[in-house]
Design a binder for this molecule. Structure first.
Ligand code: FAD
Ligand code: SF4
Length: 476
């Protein structure tokens, strides 16, 4: 280990702060909010690592990044070596360094977290991945000799990409089939540019291409080709289904059909993939938010992304409306903190009852009701109870519904012998990710429901291992 500072002294160094764009400036542009650590900050942060023998951070990372060892290479100033060390287990380090909920994963189990200041593993991961990109020397792992086995990966989100990366290194012939015109799943159509620049995803996809993965866009499995055809005349030996949870849920209240009411998925996709933020250079396929009042219903990461995007599109007032209290909000603490700094209003303990419109069918407002917290529900969270006589109207021009998604249904409905849950997710065993159909594996949000990038990547890795075993043994 290279750290010259004695462990006791390391504990006196405080966690480095991530440089950010000033809140009021960034609230009106799409440039990335977090600026990244420079070399001096990264060195100072890396030297805080206690190089523990029992590596809790490693065990808590769903893809098993060798955290202690890559941080030690940062201390040694070998940034390319550190990036290559991460790439042994993680095909998207510049992405995970930005969007992983580290506080619940690696950093949450760092022994320094007991003092509230875990090593900033995510910041360091981002630093080395960005360094590697900036010098243009990406250390891609070597590929094993070709096996002649073909695998189709359906869906190009983090689960599909991580599975494809691992399988191609084992020497298999891997093709990713994606319904949309861009590769990346939620990384490109959901998470906004100001949190995850799209060029970073494109660069990571290009690395996978260089490793040997083939990508086909505009292929809707279940329409263009079925899973049975992939395993039959198309000659694939195995299929990994990673189609994600992209089917939006709605509030099912009156007025949800009005013009100006969006699902968060549609709203974000129109901005991220159709350049609604570049209006008028691009003919804007979204209702103009400039000078308008926008309300987003829900309080997860998607809701934060939608409300912050609406501010950047010029909203006069952008609010989060949530029926529970701030304590129950599922969004990452960093996203809530960023949203507040940027001027987003938070209307907690408030429930929508009805959207109101004018005679031409345009949204004009929402009827709301105040709530209070009652007894805990099945999830353990205190459930909201309506307060009689607290109804009131909030005038708004744009409403964005961000209360969760369900699994994309097409593959299930066109693959008759694929078992699904009551909620329409694919049933797959936890360890091998095998489905009820021989040769077909599934993982990521389409099995678990909406989760996280790194859990989806962990599922992709598990599936790659199981698919490799299956291709070698031929035993299902
Ligand atoms: P997806 O990323 O959904 O990818 C599935 C892909 O399959 C899509 O590209 C889809 O087009 C394609 N597909 C679907 N059906 C077909 C078909 N029939 N044929 C071919 N292709 C098909 N997680 C975090 O960890 N951190 C965050 O900050 C974060 N922010 C988020 C913000 C938003 C707005 C959203 C929506 C989610 C966020 N998440 C975040 C969750 C995370 O992005 C997902 O859990 C993760 O992307 C799931 O990965 P996946 O590969 O299972 O599916
Ligand atoms: Fe932590 Fe995510 Fe990196 Fe794993 S991939 S070490 S969970 S930041």
């Amino acid at each position: 280990m290279h750290n010259p500072i004695p462990p006791k002294e390391r504990m006196k160094i405080h966690r480095q702060l991530m440089p950010e764009q000033p809140p009021l400036e960034r609230a009106r542009n799409f440039v990335e909010v977090n600026r990244g650590l420079d070399v001096a900050l990264a060195q100072e942060e890396a030297r805080r690592c206690l190089t523990c023998k029992t590596q809790h951070c490693f065990s808590a990372c769903p893809v098993g990044v060798q955290v202690r060892d890559f941080i030690d290479l940062v201390v040694a100033g070998d940034y390319l070596g550190a990036a290559a060390k991460i790439r042994e287990d993680n095909v998207l380090p510049a992405v995970t360094g930005r969007v992983c909920p580290q506080e619940k994963q690696c950093e949450g189990s760092c022994i320094l977290s007991a003092r509230g200041e875990s090593v900033a593993i995510g910041y360091l991961e981002r630093f080395v991945a960005d360094y590697e990109r900036s010098v243009g020397k990406v250390g891609l792992p070597a590929r094993a000799p070709l096996t002649g086995k073909k695998v189709a990966v359906v869906g190009s989100g983090p689960a599909g990409l991580s599975c494809a990366g691992d399988l191609v290194l084992k020497g298999h012939d891997v093709t990713v089939l994606e319904a949309l015109h861009e590769i990346g799943g939620v990384l490109v159509y959901g998470i906004p540019e100001f949190r995850l620049p799209k060029q970073i995803v494109r660069d990571e996809v290009e690395n996978l291409r260089l490793m040997g993965v083939e990508f086909r866009t505009n292929v809707v499995v279940g329409r263009t080709v079925t899973v049975d055809e992939l395993l039959g005349e198309e000659g694939y030996h195995a299929v990994f289904v990673a189609t994600g949870a992209g089917l939006p849920m709605f509030l099912n209240i009156p007025g949800e059909h009005l013009c100006g009411v969006y699902s968060a998925n549609e709203f974000l996709t129109r901005v991220n993939l159709m350049k609604a933020n570049e209006f008028p250079a691009y003919d804007n396929p979204i209702y103009d938010c400039r000078g308008k009042d926008v309300a987003v219903f829900g309080a997860g990461n998607t809701a934060m992304d939608a409300v912050r995007t609406s501010l950047r599109l010029g909203a006069k007032c952008a609010s989060i409306v949530y029926r529970r209290s701030e304590k129950e909000m599922p969004a990452r603490a960093e996203e809530v903190h960023h949203a507040k700094d940027e001027g987003v209003q938070f209307q907690m303990l408030t429930n929508p009852l009805e959207f109101l419109g004018d005679e031409k069918g345009w949204l004009t407002g929402v009827r709301l009701q105040r709530m209070e917290l009652g007894a805990p529900d099945k999830s353990g969270r205190r459930s909201p109870v309506a307060i009689e006589g607290s109804e009131h109207v909030l005038p708004i021009h744009v409403a964005i519904i961000a209360i969760g998604n369900k699994g994309n249904p097409l593959v299930q409905s066109t693959t008759p012998d694929l078992a699904t849950t009551r909620n329409g997710y694919i049933v797959a065993d936890a360890e091998k990710l095998k489905t009820s159909k021989p040769g077909v594996f599934a993982g990521g949000d389409i099995v678990t429901g909406g989760a996280t990038v790194i859990l989806a990547m962990g599922a992709g890795r598990k599936a790659a291992k199981a698919i490799h075993e299956y291709l070698q043994s031929g035993i299902w």
